[in-house]
Design a protein around this ligand. Structure first.
Ligand code: PMP
Length: 361
């Protein structure tokens, strides 16, 4: 079965670990002698609650989440959080946003509907190839929170440091780099991500939020958008995305058994190095991101012209790879090399790139 799989470089939903898919397949018709699939279970049943609690415990363990943080399973993807964050966390009507790509721009635009949003840095002038240094940030004193996008999926840039935000909590969109490396959760007021890249499949997202930021009820926001309500009901105010949470649990188990996030980081650095080292030896391909800000997860580059970009994508399919076409705002090629992409996939890509260069120089 696995021999027919392609190397899938999709930015999301993306490739999953084969052992996770095999486990899902083996449990599909009859989960642990329950006589039914996980999809058919009541979210209040003991079988499902075991899955749910195990997933939450594993996330806490794998990410080393401190006790004073709540873990929420949410729906509506990361995009829904663009609205939910200001509704809950814009305590004094002010928030600062660092705009390093399409998603942080969207989140800032959404927040501006609800209060005074200050753009502390805007990378649109350089088509988002750069992550600002501390000196380039203009953060206001007394702002409610500072929002960042930790990894810019479209542009292929990633934060390599935690900015000083003058005491304001950092709210970080980690949709495309969560679980790729260890982080210190306590550096953030809130972390959020959609599951469909490094965490599993579309349907659920997670919010990890410091308790003291959500300790009061707000009467004037929709009930399912209030973190306090979701936390008080342990993410079961209504039916959660049960299957997606189950897959997240299996992905976390896979990570844990491999040795956790330190091991993931080592593997991810090895894969990214293979690709970037080659890109640095050639003038044929040009990387989009500044060298210091390169993403470990999304590698973006262009061929010498648009025709060759298209030809590259076409021929890469014949070579056993898929979803390498870059996003229209950058063009060229994007290789998303999340946790589940094996080194062999990246080696196949680099071998293909060398051949393509030799044939088209
Ligand atoms: N933020 C980032 C960094 C993303 O990559 C994406 C999706 N690609 C989103 C937000 C939006 O996520 P969703 O589609 O889950 O709403």
């Amino acid at each position: 079965m696995t021999q027919k799989r392609v190397f899938n470089f999709s930015a999301g939903p993306s490739t999953l670990p084969v052992p996770v898919l095999e486990k899902v397949a083996s449990q599909m018709l009859n989960y642990k002698d329950s006589g039914m699939s996980v999809m058919e279970m009541s979210h209040r049943s003991s079988s499902y609650l075991e899955i749910f609690n195990e997933t939450k415990d594993l996330l806490k363990k794998v990410m080393n989440i401190p006790d004073n943080y709540k873990i929420l399973f949410i729906q509506g993807g990361a995009t829904q959080q663009f609205s939910t964050i200001p509704l809950n966390l814009m305590k004094n009507g002010k928030a600062d946003y660092i705009v390093t790509g399409a998603f942080s721009k969207k989140s800032a635009q959404e927040a501006a509907k609800f209060g005074d949003v200050h753009i502390a840095y805007n990378g649109s002038d350089n088509n988002f190839k750069h992550i600002p240094t501390q000196d380039e940030l203009d953060i206001r004193e007394g702002t409610s929170y500072v929002h960042i996008c930790a990894n810019n999926t479209i542009f292929g840039t990633e934060w390599k440091y935690v900015p000083d935000t003058k005491g304001a909590p950092i709210v970080a969109d980690m949709s495309s780099n969560i679980l790729s490396k260890p982080i210190n959760v306590a550096d953030y007021g809130m972390i959020y991500a959609g599951a469909q890249k490094n965490m599993g499949i579309a349907g659920c997202g997670i919010v990890i939020v410091r308790e003291d930021l959500i300790n009061e009820h707000k009467d004037n926001i929709p009930v399912l958008m209030e973190y306090n309500t979701i936390a008080e009901n342990d993410s079961m105010y209504n039916t959660p995305p049960t299957f997606s949470i189950y897959v997240l649990g299996l992905v976390l188990k896979w990570i844990d058994e491999m040795g956790g996030l330190e091991v993931m980081q080592k593997k991810n650095e090895e894969k990214a190095k293979l690709l970037y080292d080659y890109l640095d030896t050639t003038d044929f391909y040009k990387t989009h991101s500044d060298k210091d800000n390169r993403s470990l997860m999304n590698v973006t580059f262009t061929c010498p012209n648009k025709d060759l970009d298209a030809q590259f994508v076409k021929e890469s399919v014949i070579a056993g790879m898929t979803n390498l076409k870059g996003h229209r705002s950058v063009g060229g090629i994007r290789a998303s090399i999340y946790n589940a992409m094996p080194l062999e996939g990246v080696q196949t890509l680099v071998d293909f790139m060398k051949k393509f260069e030799a044939e088209n120089k």
